[in-house]
Each structure stands twice: as structure tokens, then as C-alpha cells.
Design a protein around this ligand. Structure first.
Ligand code: URA
Length: 204
């Protein structure tokens, strides 16, 4: 990939992306956000309702959990570039609401064009997959979250990586006790970021 590509120019090109049909229904492309040379890149699944309207990743309820968990894990938020495997909101209209839908393999594959450009420009020391869709996009194959979380793995092209749950998973948990336990596990997973990338660690 050429060195003259910048995040700004790639984000501008992504605004008119028609690589898959999702652009027809979404408000806008939600490109990644964060420092161009962030040591850590976090990848979510697909923008949600709020993200689609605001044009920024992880600004809705899942983003608020992620921000809290990163702070609890001692990770500096401004050392992390945040993006999604798929950059247009996928939803099903239900009355006045738009219900999130999981992207399919073709949509993930089509959007890898943008994810690969982000990886190429940022060259993170560590990539973190939030959930199975992101893990699939980064690894190029299905990765079971349950057995792969908690230790360093390798994504495509030898990129060091971690996998953990998607924060939306916590939003859907009805039992407060189990939810608190799962939140703690999520924070434990995120602690590994600062362990492997000291530059991402917050001062105590
Ligand atoms: N869920 C995601 O995967 N990404 C977002 O940006 C918001 C919610």
C-alpha cells in the first residue's frame, strides 16, 4: 500500500462506498476514529443507531460501556483507534425503531477493503476484536471467543491480537449479577492491552 495514503483521504473515499448494498439504507459511512499512529486498534462489529446518525463509532450505549471498561482496565482512551468491521449500519425497521442486524460474510468481506487500509496506515502494535464479527474480519476465519480470550493470538499477517466480547453483549444481559461478573471479565481482558502495549497504559 502506498505511503501517501492518509487516514483523512481514505475516510473521505469511504464516504461514497458502494462495495455492498448496506450504503443504500444507512445514513452515512461510519469510519474509524483515533490517532493515526495509535498503538492499539479496536474493532467492533457494525455501527449502531446512534453511530449511524452521528457518523462516529462507539458513541451510543455500547460505546459508553467500552469507555468505562477501558478506564477501569487502565487503558488510555486516546492511545486507541476505534473502528468497525463493517462501516454502514445494518438494521431492520420495526415501527419507529431500527433494530441492529448482524452483517453477513459477504458484507464483512466487502468492508475488509477499508479495514485493511486502516491497518496499513495505523500499523497498530496490537489489534483487539470486540466480538465474533471483528475476530472473523481480523483473522480471516471463525475464532471462538470463549477459548481464545485472555491470551495473545495472531491475526492475519502475524498481527498480534486479543479477542473479547462485544460490549453490546453486556447490554443484553438481564441478570444484574451475571452482568457484573461478565463486565469484570471484560475489564480483565482489556487489562491485557496495557500489559502488552505499555504505551497504552494510563498513569496510576
Ligand atoms: N456496536 C459496534 O460494533 N460498533 C459501534 O460503533 C457501535 C455499536
Amino acid at each position: 500500500m502506498t505511503a501517501r495514503l492518509s487516514l483523512t483521504s481514505v475516510a473521505k473515499d469511504a464516504k461514497t462506498c458502494q462495495r455492498c448494498p448496506l450504503y443504500r439504507f444507512a445514513t452515512q459511512t461510519v469510519f474509524g476514529e483515533g490517532p493515526a499512529h495509535a498503538p492499539v486498534m479496536m474493532v467492533g462489529e457494525v455501527p449502531g443507531d446512534q453511530e449511524d446518525l452521528q457518523g462516529r463509532p462507539f458513541v451510543g450505549p455500547a460505546g459508553r460501556i467500552l469507555d468505562r471498561a477501558l478506564a477501569d482496565a487502565g487503558v488510555k482512551r486516546d492511545r486507541v483507534y476505534v473502528t468497525n468491521a463493517v462501516k454502514h449500519f445494518k438494521f431492520e425497521p420495526r415501527g419507529k425503531r431500527r433494530l441492529h442486524k448482524k452483517p453477513n460474510a459477504g458484507e464483512i468481506e466487502a468492508c475488509k477493503w477499508w479495514l485493511n487500509l486502516e491497518l496499513d496506515i495505523i500499523k497498530p502494535a496490537l489489534a483487539v476484536a470486540l466480538g465474533a464479527t471483528a475476530a472473523r474480519a481480523l483473522a480471516g476465519r471463525t475464532i471462538p471467543i470463549g477459548t481464545s480470550r485472555g491470551h495473545l493470538i495472531q491475526f492475519q499477517n502475524g498481527l498480534p491480537g486479543l479477542v473479547t466480547i462485544h460490549p453490546s453483549f453486556l447490554l443484553r444481559m438481564p441478570d444484574p449479577e451475571i452482568k457484573a461478573q461478565e463486565y469484570s471479565r471484560f475489564v480483565e481482558d482489556l487489562r491485557l492491552i496495557a500489559q502488552h502495549v505499555p504505551a497504552a497504559k494510563r498513569a496510576a
